[in-house]
Design a protein around this ligand. Sequence first.
Ligand code: ZN
Length: 289
Amino acid sequence: MNPKNVLGNPTKLLLLFFSIFILSCINNNANNIPVLTSKNDSAKLKESIKVIVDSNAIKFERKPVNYDSNKTYIYLTFDDGPGHGTMNCLDVCKKEGIKASFFMVGKHANDSWGQQTVKTIRNAYPQFLLSNHSYTHTNEKYVYFYSHPLMAEQDFYKAQESLNVPYKIIRLPGNNAWVTKDKIRTSKLVKPVCQKLNDAGFNVIGWDVEWNFTKGNSFPVQSPQQVAAQVKNAASGQSFTKKHIVILTHDRMFRTPEYANWLSEFIKTLKQNSNFVFETIDNYPNLKF
Ligand SMILES: [Zn+2]
């Protein structure tokens, strides 16, 4: 088709726009929107959309948390997914029947597997919580990233939107910083971006105990029993909030069956202590919503 001929003829031009419109509708229908053939179908569609919106709204509606002063709350967090190991973490936590939070990276969810994994975690609330771990993970240039707070702030917003994160809860890549309703604890480097995030109503979550990984292949450094002992120490000693312990781990540490089993052993050891209660990080005290 010669574009000059089409553009010179208003009828043909209208026909062209109409064809593009029809084609785009067909394309939308491929994304789960049914073809409407009658008024009845239209009513059904409206009803199904209402159900989806309502169930999500109820799911993420905030309820007041009542803490039991005899208990210690454990927040197991997995960073850097979606990626190798994410499904193992999910399966182990499901099998052990515990709650956990996944701080995910926007750019790791650019393919359909990544998007599906993010969706799986998001839909698994309240057992699992999807949270924000930036879009680029600083491209591993931490000092440059945090020295440009406006750029860093935008990066977190991009992840918030692209991952469709339900709450304003962030973990900074490579930095143990805290911003809650009443407390800010950060290093000098990340303070400017933390202040911006705080002004925008975001919480920043650090960690009390880290299950470290080896530099070369990202496998666990401490044994499950050693990390469990660290958690026990933190529970009776120092943590950012007394009786609330945030544990940092990374999905990829548990990507092999052997280390997935380590994760399972770790959780089993903690579960032996009847005072420990596993929670998702949105139930951490004094967060802004
Ligand atoms: Zn990270």
